[in-house]
Design a protein around this ligand. Sequence first.
Ligand code: WT7
Length: 658
Amino acid sequence: MSAQKKQHDALYPVSKSPALKPHITAKQYETLYKQSIKDPTTFWSKQARIIDWIKPFTIVKNTSFKEEDFHIRWFSDGMLNVCANCVDRHLPQRKDKTAYIFEGNEPGDVRHISYQDLYEHVCRFANVLKQHKVQKGGVVTLYMPMIPEAIYAMLACARIGAIHSVVFGGFSASALAGRLDDCESKVVITADGAQRGAKTIPLKDTVDLALTQTEKKTVETVITVKHTGATCPMKEGRDYWLHEEVRHVNTECPYEEMNAEDPLFILYTSGSTGKPKGVLHTSGGYLVYAALTHKYVFDYHEEDIYWCTADVGWITGHSYVVYGPLANGATSLIFEGVPTYPDAARYWDVVDQHKVSIFYTAPTAIRSLMSKGDAFATKTKHPTLRVLGSVGEPLNPEAWQWYYNLIGQKKCPVVDTWWQTETGGILLTPLPGAMDLKPGSVSKPFFGIQPELLNEKGQAIKRTGMGSLVMKDSWPGQMRGVYNDPERFFKTYFSKFKGYYSSEDGARRDKDGYYWITGRMDDIINISGHRVGTAEVEAAINTHSQVAESAVVGIPHSIKGEGLFAFVILKSGEDVLYVFKDEVLQTIGKNIGSFAKPEYIVIVPGLPKTRSGKIMRRLLRKIAAGQVAEIGDVSTLADPRIVDKISEIVVRTFKENT
Ligand code: WT7
């Protein structure tokens, strides 16, 4: 048996660590899980008390995935305010408790923000928004660094019933402009800059550029947080500094009473078409699900110091930096910088310094730090850590072991959590103290989650097997729609397999009922946990005047998980020009963001197409991965010889690069 295979089969029994104070045992999980499926109404009506309701709901679950009666509503006559749940309700017992520890880019730049501080900042920010005519139902776009003001802004929106749309600070001006146009945002909140290691990123300048590129010109106001001290040109009547605006507003701001199904936020994510979709989440069900998963998955307790390293620009930042932990009254750490600045010990130094007990990060960060050598990780034994989490992409067994052995010192369960922007919260995960762990597996469904694996005919696979991962029924944190495009919601997620939510991931189920994610089944590539649609990258490349056609596929990458490989056909049919490749890279940076730049760009004379003109991506993936021998029959291609021609070019490119 190979070493790899052995690792796959490894089983780590339920941790008996005294540091764990599990909310449930293995037996209780089984009982509660069964109840959650058999009688969701009783289960969720009880669990929904994890948050406060202004007016309690009487209806719990009202959902159907059937085309003729498609609807998803949870707690639909309940009233609440998400911000009040995250802030106000903690003031009687926790006003002096730290809500956030902010660790800046430079070591030693630390700020503690109590729940009382949070309340004051959020109220003032909300009043600033109101002064700028933001109303219930209006959309506010955030383009921010990982600083406390980003969280104040999100909560301020939630307080007054506005919908936030956070755009990750790594996106380009053009990507930001597209998102502003799509949701017709009138207000943008940004900062003078972001600090990431040795780099400073001029966010406000990018917003200025984006506003020259929007088609609809809906943005009337830009509010800028002074953070790096960079000078920014301010446009009279449009641009305002936050620190000046907050001077004129009241420190109290009453919260809006919101219906459980009122929108809370939009978050754009890549799909299989070129245009990103605005994933819409609503208030009640989302918050219940974020809070409950945060509590159980991380074995969260009152005295924990919890650190999720995600940026608020992604769903992980929404659910597990902001809404879940705050609903539970937690102390969270937020960090503006990068894991390798000033050196590769930064994460672990921060863990020790702030006595972090729960740590949640992405496999790409683990692999990147692992590649820098063990010495950075083993300066101490990180005695405060209790639970380690991972999210965003498969956590390969080697990285799992390193995380478990060196960071967790064999005493912290590793929770490999599977979910998506669309699911709002974690769906498949181990529960610390209640489940045995298997490196590489995302274990079992959370309460209320009914995964199924479907074969090619759409039939459910019983017991063990591999297939399309779908969900048989709704859960409270599920997305409610694609913003401004109701038909796209049903079509994208519910039309392929009738009666199911289709995740577009493949998975395997083993004899113990554990799930193993095998990867995306559509054209989405997961680069360092960033979801990139190959169609988007192709669209960006095709904007170059010399490009006739392009095809982009994913290739395995030792640190990023996956990287991109681009095949490009030039209009003139000319040969490789390095200048041209640089131009293509710049074009992608400009249209999407640097993280979407391919590892390889090759100029090819043609693409493998079927006689009906469909690009055979499966073949391109094999060629790009250097697995030409496994290609097999190509007789269905319009021009079978193209495979050899492209393979030759690719082999040459690999040689040149090594
Ligand atoms: C896609 C969703 C969920 C927050 C971050 C990503 C992949 C996610 C895992 C995991 C293997 C994973 C899936 C999924 N993915 N978690 N634990 N193991 N793959 O959210 O950007 O919406 O991406 O990320 O392919 O579909 P997202």
